[in-house]
Write a protein that binds this ligand. Structure first.
Ligand SMILES: Nc1nc2c(ncn2[C@@H]2O[C@H](COP(=O)(O)OP(=O)(O)OP(=O)(O)O)[C@@H](O)[C@H]2O)c(=O)[nH]1
Ligand SMILES: [Zn+2]
Length: 369
């Protein structure tokens, strides 16, 4: 099957706007719109998220039935579509040409891996060059920030109620505008004199917190970056090690004299609760935590630890001892100007449900135990 030569028609009208400074609020509007199933212009593309669309919305968006499908590279690789394009990773968009048999139901099956094993896909499907690649990358990033599947019906520019540019998306996700907004005394089991400090930025809904345990004594604090895990932290899930790690960190920090636990709203390594639960469903089918993320069309880990760096900077702590097995956390803090003077191993006993998960972290994501 050869590659189709289909010209990309660039949306000049929207492109002209790229001279103005980035507007993170435009990204916030776009996230809201995608969640509600509305059409969004991302640069020179118009997209309709497959997950939040339906037959009627699709017919209105695309009366001719000519909208192609935009997928993340790692999802396309799962669908064996990447042999038709250059090597793909999750961040690299792949466009699938629309065909008469690619109706709404078929598009949903391309977007959602839940039924891959039960219903082999009907094809043939054909990958074609992606128009406005930067805009397509920004659309995929918006899907992650929205917590929906990274898959869209896509048309070139035209009317849309909401429009956003790639630079707006980057500005939205930047920790630069994070600020301290509230702080209060919070006695906790491990430390009665703890203080909680809450952070947020004007556009995002993520409210990160720091728990300061003990009194600063002039020494670099022992710090734990904890990424949100509703299932592990609150419900006591045995599938991961988050709950025990959280509680052990609170005690270890208190015992060390003083330190800080950063509770980062990065559920599911940044893909959100719903997508994490989709990954769990795939894990029930036999895929490990890494492959499950890739099959969904996400990176293995979407977290940006710059947010933690910014929080430590706002707390005036530029040197830390870090409780982690994850070298990416050390590198992420370094990249945001925080010196990690020591990495302290943070391993807890496994249980029969998380043994494989912990082995995958060691073998596939470079965790050092
Ligand atoms: N996508 C996805 N996220 C998961 C899965 N299991 C746990 N998580 C998320 O992974 C994050 C837990 O990571 P952390 O404990 O902060 O850190 P880590 O990368 O394991 O590194 P350590 O500091 O060594 O513990 C939380 O956001 C969890 O919700 C999974 O199977 N899939
Ligand atoms: Zn967890």
């Amino acid at each position: 099957m050869g590659k189709a030569v289909r010209p990309c028609s660039i949306g000049h009208r929207v492109r002209i706007l790229s001279n103005v400074s980035p507007d993170p609020r435009a990204a916030a509007r776009a996230i809201d719109a995608l969640r509600r199933g509305w059409v969004v212009a991302v640069g020179g593309l118009r997209v309709l998220a497959i997950e939040t669309a339906d037959e009627l919305r699709l017919a209105k968006f695309d009366p001719q039935g000519s909208a192609d499908i935009l997928l993340a590279g790692s999802r396309a690789a799962t669908l064996k579509l990447t042999n038709q394009v250059e090597a793909a990773d999750s961040a690299r968009p792949v466009t699938v040409a629309r065909t008469p048999w690619l109706d709404f139901t078929a598009a949903l099956a391309l977007a959602d891996p839940a039924t891959d094993l039960a219903n082999p896909l009907q094809g043939p499907f054909r990958a074609i060059p992606t128009c406005n690649a930067d805009d397509a990358v920004a659309a995929l990033e918006l899907a992650r920030l929205t917590g929906i599947l990274p898959a869209f019906f896509v048309l070139s520019a035209g009317e849309a109620e909401v429009s956003v540019l790639p630079a707006d998306v980057t500005a939205y996700d930047s920790p630069d505008r994070l600020a301290i907004v509230a702080r209060a005394r919070l006695p906790v089991q491990s430390c009665e004199s703890a203080e909680i400090v809450a952070f947020r930025s004007p556009e995002t809904t993520s409210e990160h917190v720091a728990l300061i345990l003990g009194k600063p004594d002039g020494q670099p604090p022992l710090v734990r970056l904890h990424s949100e895990c509703l299932t592990g932290d609150v419900l006591g899930s045995l599938k991961c090690d988050c709950g025990p790690q959280l509680h052990a960190a609170l005690h270890e920090i208190t015992e060390s004299g003083w330190g800080i636990l950063l509770y980062l709203r990065q559920e599911g390594r940044g893909i959100g609760l719903i997508n994490k639960l989709r990954a769990y469903e795939l894990q029930d089918q036999g895929f490990d935590t890494v492959d499950a993320n890739l099959r969904l069309g996400f990176a293995i880990d979407s977290r940006d630890f710059g947010v933690a760096g910014r929080m430590l900077e706002l707390l005036g702590q530029l040197q830390v001892r870090l409780l982690t097995n994850n070298p990416a956390k050390v590198a992420g803090l370094h990249a945001s100007g925080i010196t990690v003077i020591e990495r302290v191993v943070h391993s807890l006993p496994s249980n029969p449900h998380n043994e494989k998960y912990l082995a995958t972290k060691r073998d596939r994501t470079g965790h050092q135990l």
